[in-house]
Write a protein that binds this ligand. Structure first.
Ligand code: AMP
Length: 397
């Protein structure tokens, strides 16, 4: 038995899971010993929930900052303390991390050491909300658990094999050659979907699939028989769909306007586009879809409508990249739970042959398309932690 600790560190959250594995055959062979999440990191108070493999709550606690803010480092220290006091930490064979940006060089999972970390730190400007929080825990664990191998799994890796024409911006060659290309993100989520989907279809060839990872971060990926062909995200995780607080695709001329005519600094523009835009910016209420769906305010509806409109347009674009579409898969927090969003998106894509069954969608069934719909519509829960554990176990085998 190998126990794998998975760390999936986001901008204000730290998810973790301890998974056990008897053999390396299937993604679902892992047993979950426990898993949990710190949320609200970077503020004065954070919330921790830990559950066992059956979903029973083992710990539900609030942590307050002692001097400054309760951040990812404080969370990791508290997690390790809980593990030492309540579990047998000596069983951990390896630690797997989700790393948002691997740049041009890191396409496959890699053993993380000081040299690799130094390299990955140079990519922080390309994913400023995420990369520092992905790398911080690795550095801490290199000191606190030096004997346990750590493996980095990259969100960009799944897209690395896309055709160069799908990756290139129409910029001068030297910039493309220097790595200013579309990388695409949420790759671990899409890889999980691509590996699980054949079992739902009962055949290995899945055809032309558009997967919609709709969570706080949101993107779409076009896959041909499980291989990434195109994605809505680009050089950074700012491009593509509007997200909780990120703007998604905008005219680059608008950025120039903010810098020149509005006199904003690069830092201010960065904050605006990463933290004050998207659902939060448009609604002026919240970046959280649940809040917006519950709100009576017209601006909440406008934010949801814009989110849905952009998804419909991008599905059209990715269908063109694939030469048609056979299946649409919804996943992540909004995709798995927000039936009204799925219904509105499906309605806007009827011209593609997408027909969503209202009752199946409301009930949250796995296949929500009408019988006889030319395009299958699916809701498949993603599981980045399992994907990371699988890669880590393979790497350390
Ligand atoms: P994620 O980043 O995958 O955890 O997804 C977070 C997003 O999912 C937030 O916008 C949540 O509001 C949204 N979400 C989670 N549960 C629901 C739900 N039951 N209905 C609507 N949105 C939800």
């Amino acid at each position: 038995m190998r126990d794998i600790l998975v760390i999936n560190s986001g901008s204000s959250s730290l998810k973790f899971a301890m998974l056990g594995l008897d053999d390396l055959r299937a993604l679902d062979d892992f047993s979950v010993h426990y898993q949990g999440q710190f949320s609200g990191l970077g503020g004065c108070q954070a919330h921790l929930v830990i559950r066992d493999g059956q979903g029973k709550i083992l710990r539900d606690d609030h942590f307050a900052a002692i001097d400054d803010l309760y951040d990812h480092a404080a969370a990791l220290k508290d997690l390790l303390k809980w593990m030492d006091e309540n579990t047998d930490s000596s069983r951990i064979r390896a630690i797997g991390h989700r790393i948002v940006h691997g740049g041009r060089h890191y396409r496959q999972p890699v053993r993380l050491d000081e040299g690799v970390l130094d390299d990955l730190e140079t990519l922080i400007p390309l994913a400023p909300l995420h990369q520092p929080h992905c790398l911080g825990p690795v550095r801490m664990l290199l000191t606190l658990r030096p004997d346990v191998p750590q493996v980095g799994c990259f969100d960009t890796g799944f897209h690395a094999g896309q055709d160069p024409v799908a990756q290139a911006f129409a910029l001068p060659r030297r910039l493309t050659e220097a790595g200013l290309i579309r990388y695409g993100f949420h790759g671990l989520s899409y890889e999980y979907i691509s590996r699980r989907f054949p079992a739902y279809l009962h055949r290995p060839e899945t055809g032309r699939v558009i997967a919609a990872h709709l969570g706080n971060g949101a993107s779409l990926c076009a896959m041909l028989n499980g291989v990434s062909v195109a994605s809505t995200m680009g050089f950074t995780a700012l491009d593509g769909l509007p997200m909780g607080t990120r703007c998604g695709n905008i005219d680059p001329g608008l950025v120039l306007h903010l810098l020149t005519a509005e006199g904003m600094t690069a830092q201010q523009v960065g904050d605006l586009l990463y933290k004050q835009s998207g659902l939060l910016g448009v609604s002026g209420i919240s970046g959280d879809m649940r809040d917006l769906l519950e709100s009576e305010m017209p601006s909440a509806k406008e934010a949801v409508d814009l989110f849905v409109y952009r998804i419909i347009r991008e599905i059209g674009s990715l269908s063109a990249a694939l030469g048609g579409v056979d299946h649409l898969v919804f996943t992540a927090g909004i995709g798995e739970n927000a039936a009204p969003v799925r219904e509105m998106v499906s309605k806007g894509c009827e011209w593609l042959g997408i027909r969503c069954d209202h009752s199946r969608n409301q009930r949250g069934e796995i296949r929500i398309s009408e019988d006889g719909s030319p395009v299958g519509v699916w809701v498949i829960p993603t599981n980045e932690e399992r994907m990371i554990a699988w890669h880590t176990a393979h790497y350390c085998h």
